[in-house]
Write a protein that binds this ligand. Structure first.
Ligand code: GLA
Length: 393
């Protein structure tokens, strides 16, 4: 698979940039989050894993200060050019290339300016707008390319933090650390149990004997995606400020259910109260889910996934009719252990754990119900948990 993609990338690189001599190929994965949604900017836990889907780059240093970028996914945009000799600023002219250029600028801001430009060609296998973190994968990938090409001394954690910094400050999306962390730290066969308050993490083997991870794409992406996301962040912060008038906590993730119930009357606004209730209960569900997985109690894990979806729907209000139809249909089917929306919400995908023998029937049935209720044809991916960034040799 990789070898075919490699040959195609090299020949495309030659076609676009003229000379493929010395070009190197790198890859960084997208992610799916199994449980722990909208907890990563609330000091809670998340439980994502890297996918074998992701973004590839063919890249080669130049002798001058030009940066030339091309994406096989956005052929119409052609070659985009920037100048590596000074600060880079987000620009509509850069289109999708604001993601990689944001990384170049963030390295520069952190005292790592590049001493020459480069030509880079991208090819992503993550469906656009699916909520499987194509942007985090391109950010981590670009950081990894810069590390390898220019010899910068950056750790995996740096790559994740640089990616988040660039997304927040160059691209204006106020995301947490989960997506970039999952891409940078990916490990085949394992999910990452990450405490976002401390960045301490643990690899948990996802030994799903006879069970598959099925991702179902609603194929909708609602307008609200980034404004709704930033609103939820603000509402969570307002709830935290109210709680801090009665208890000394730094983040909602520090509360258990008992202390939340004890102090929650300090939250003045009903909407903010529900946002906080989700952040607290989702964090507790994530901790419990990892315990259940370690103990081989998959039914408990599945129940917690279903509860997570309900909380994201009712308390956090980041689902949408399409996501609810998809998740609820899956939850009702024989052989499905649990199903929930995954990622930021307002469209995108659900993730479900499905018994191997039921995968085909589950996909067929879900497709039928979803299409008849929404008029939209969904897409399904039966995925493997993949590794973090690497050079494809
Ligand atoms: C998006 C963000 C993440 C995280 C999720 C919700 O994917 O990029 O940081 O907040 O939404 O869990």
């Amino acid at each position: 698979m990789d070898q075919n993609i490699k040959a195609e990338l090299i020949s495309e690189f030659k076609r676009v940039f003229g000379d493929e001599d010395g070009v190197r190929i790198f890859f960084a994965p997208g992610r799916v989050n199994l449980i722990g949604e909208h907890t990563d900017y609330n000091g809670g836990h998340v439980f994502p894993c890297a996918l074998s889907l992701g973004t590839y780059a063919a890249v080669k240093k130049r002798n001058d200060k030009k940066i030339r970028l091309y994406s096989m996914n956005f052929e119409k945009d052609g070659v985009i050019e920037a100048d590596a000799s000074g600060d880079l600023i987000n620009s509509p002219d850069y289109k999708w290339a604001n993601y990689p250029l944001g990384i170049v600028q963030t390295f520069r801001k952190r005292g790592m300016p590049i001493n020459s430009g480069f030509d880079i060609l991208f090819y992503g296998t993550i469906p656009n707008g699916s909520g499987l973190s194509s942007s985090a994968s391109i950010e981590v990938l670009t950081g990894y390319c810069l590390k390898e090409l220019y010899g910068f001394d950056v750790t995996k954690q740096d790559l994740a933090l640089i990616g988040q910094d660039s997304e927040n400050n160059f691209n204006g999306m106020n995301c947490g650390i989960m997506d970039q962390f999952a891409s940078a730290f990916g490990k085949a066969g394992h999910a990452i149990f990450l405490d976002t308050a401390t960045l301490k993490y643990e690899y948990v083997p996802v030994d799903l004997k006879g069970i598959k991870i099925v991702i179902s794409n609603t194929n909708v992406k609602h307008e609200l995606t980034s404004s709704g996301y930033n609103d939820r962040r603000r509402e969570s912060e307002t709830a935290l400020k109210d709680l801090q008038t009665v208890t000394s906590i730094n983040a909602l993730g520090e509360l258990d259910e008992e202390s939340f119930n004890k102090y929650s009357s300090a939250i003045k606004d009903e909407v903010c109260y529900r946002r906080a209730r989700h952040a607290v209960t989702e964090n507790l569900r994530t901790i419990e889910a990892v315990k259940a997985l370690n103990a081989g109690e998959l039914t408990t894990f599945g129940r917690l996934m279903n509860e997570s979806h309900a909380s994201l729907d009712k308390d956090y209000e980041v689902t949408c009719p399409e996501l609810n139809i998809m998740a609820e249909t899956e939850q009702s089917l024989e052989g499905v252990i649990g199903a929930r929306m995954t990622g930021g919400g307002f469209g995108g995908c659900t993730v479900a754990l499905v018994r191997e023998e039921a995968v085909n029937s589950c996909i067929e049935k879900t497709k039928e119900v979803y299409t008849s209720k929404t008029g939209i044809v969904p897409a399904f991916y039966v995925v493997d948990i993949g590794d973090g960034p690497c050079e494809v040799v």
